[in-house]
Design a binder for this molecule. Sequence first.
Ligand code: NDP
Length: 289
Amino acid sequence: MIGFIGLGAMGRPMAANLAAVAPTAVWNRTATTAQQHAAEHGTHAVADLEDLGDCQVIITCLPTTDEVVQVAGRLAPVLAGGTVWIDHTSGDPAASRDLAADLVGRGIAYLDAPVSGGTDGAAAGTLTVMVGGDAEVVADVRWCLEAVGERIVHVGPLGTGHATKAVNNAMLATSLWAAAEGLAALTAAGVSASLALEVINGSSGRSFVTERLFPERVTTRTFPNTFALPLLAKDVRLAGQVLDDAQVSGEVLRLIQRLTAAAADELGPDADHTALVQVVERAADVELT
Ligand code: NDP
């Protein structure tokens, strides 16, 4: 039995895909979400975390490592030796290594296995999964990873999955800020964002941000919240820690970290990550359409 914890925007579709390959019990802080998931996807909703004690695989997809540590504090004492804990949270490398050390003392193996691909990729089961931890453990639970993703990359020892995810998302944030500033300037100069994107997406400045996020979320003015801005700000902050650990000065990413944190404070918890574009729009007094 798999025990899945955290039925948020990512966790709901991921747990549904896991339930298609193995019996899956689900726990969520807001219990009604778990009951609804069970009714829709054939999972088994449990009311108490401790009810997952018999699971051989525990999977978490929570906002940050802090919540994973909280949950582990309650659940780990009732798990059997030999259990594998797969953490799909975009988490903190150092704090996760500490958690893994605590778990291993109880005979529980931990893998950091954050994902990329958004809620669409989660629904389609096509996520990219970047895994840190022991190669034998990765091999044992590869079938679980393949239920949620199509590209599974074992990147190295514990913590390296989280580090890779943090750097990826710092690069995403950099692309968002760069595109917002460039397109704001072009709009003020008389070239609409849509027309500029037509050029850029056939040119060397193109990126996931210009090819997908701007046309789907920004120029449409929809900014649907599928990945909250505070979560992106968290990831960029974690990338700063990765730079610190590696003693890389990283002026660009540290500037992006400050800008993204300030935008998250300004726009609040319900803003999509793409809404940071609105900070640039307001300052330049333009709208990117
Ligand atoms: P959501 O905010 O949609 O969901 C968060 C989940 O965590 C909910 O199930 C929530 O429960 C639960 N939770 C929050 N606080 C606690 C707590 N203290 N104790 C127990 N459970 C808690 O987040 P996402 O699904 O968007 O993101 C999850 C992780 O995946 C994050 O690390 C994020 O950075 C990463 N990620 C997100 C992507 C996206 O596109 N959204 C893409 C790739 C990675 P409740 O229902 O009660 O609120």
